[in-house]
Design a protein. Structure first.
Length: 344
């Protein structure tokens, strides 16, 4: 039916409108359709954006974790003075297991990592009247578990890293002497008179520290006493692991921080250190050259029998040290470090 008033057909108008809309949509599709390479670029940009976002989120989390872990680590080592205790055990282990060796506590450094700590220190030997750097230590602790120390040794005649009956310089009475006694005395005789030396003395029998002082001439100095702890005769522990000597400095160290600073007798301080190491024996055995110390058994023996010595480390002018060969109580001698004259 036609519209009588305007002479048009409504159905034709509707049809034209629909065709117009369809053509418009087709034009839009043709104008805005993306090529395959453009679509790939969009996907690539999306992936890169997502990856960058993930990295930034991860970095943010890490930056938050690092200070938190650092604070927790400092808290762990600060709580109850754990860091100071570990350092104390390491230092005192050196004093009683390394003959004629001392430290400068003011030079001990520590470095805190993630749930770990490194301690650094130097050790010294007294040769004649001067202290010489013997080694530097770097000990790593994972929480409170130490690793074997890393060392740089500066000695000409260092002690073996792992002690054994065949390599020890201090020999228990009646045990076999594994080095040539005559050769060691000849070395001492051939050294120039203008030198000072360190010598390791093995006694014919155990004796009181005061008895040893009486037989050593006054023109030399006793530096370290090797204590009879009931195990030295076997030289190994119950599992056959070699043990090393234990002992203590014979001289007072006037440094206020030294455990042997004279506030108490060196013998008493020695026993106190053994009690400390008995409670921290795993740390002590890792730090010491000997990987078995048997502290509990040795401490019990010393407490029952008292302190007696079977050897010592002595230093002094080389000409005077040669006179030790004439002392019948001295069974053997081994030469340690030698330096130019500094005895004045």
């Amino acid at each position: 039916m036609k519209d009588e008033q305007n002479g048009t057909n409504p159905n034709n108008e509707e049809k034209s409108y629909i065709e117009f809309i369809a053509q418009s949509k087709q034009g839009l599709k043709e104008n805005y359709a993306l090529s395959e390479s453009e679509q790939r670029n969009i996907i690539k940009i999306g992936k890169n954006t997502a990856r960058t976002t993930n990295i930034l989120i991860s970095l943010t989390i890490l930056l938050l974790i690092v200070p938190v872990m650092t604070l927790l680590t400092y808290g762990y080592y600060a709580f109850g003075g754990k860091a100071n205790k570990l350092i104390d055990v390491a230092v005192k282990t050196i004093y009683i297991t390394e003959p004629n060796t001392s430290l400068e506590e003011m030079e001990i450094e520590d470095e805190i990592g993630f749930f770990s700590m490194n301690i650094f220190f130097d050790v010294f030997k007294r040769i004649g009247k001067e202290d010489y750097k013997a080694a530097d230590y770097d000990i790593y602790f994972a929480l409170d578990q130490p690793s074997f120390p890393k060392k740089n040794v500066y000695l000409e005649r260092p002690l073996p890293e792992l002690p054994s009956a065949e390599t020890e310089s201090l020999v228990y009475p009646k045990n076999s002497i594994t080095f040539q006694k005559e050769r060691e005395w000849n070395i001492l005789k051939q050294l120039p008179d203008g030198t000072v030396a360190e010598v390791y003395l093995s006694l014919s029998d155990v004796m009181e520290p005061e008895e040893l002082e009486d037989i050593i001439p006054a023109d030399m100095e006793i530096r370290w006493l090797a204590v009879d702890s009931g195990i030295e005769k076997k030289a190994v522990d119950s599992e056959g692991i070699p043990i090393g000597p234990i002992g203590y400095p014979a001289q007072i160290d006037t440094s206020t921080w030294s455990p042997f600073n004279g506030r108490e007798s060196n013998a008493k301080v020695f026993l106190e250190i053994l009690s400390l190491l008995e409670k921290n024996e795993q740390v002590a055995e890792t730090v010491a050259r000997a990987k078995s110390l048997e502290i509990g058994e040795r401490l019990a023996y010393i407490e029952e029998n008292g302190i007696k010595v079977y050897g010592a480390v002595v230093t002094g002018p080389t000409p005077q040290l040669r006179e030790l060969e004439q002392i019948k109580e001295i069974r053997a001698m081994k030469v340690g470090e030698v330096k130019l004259w500094n005895w004045n």
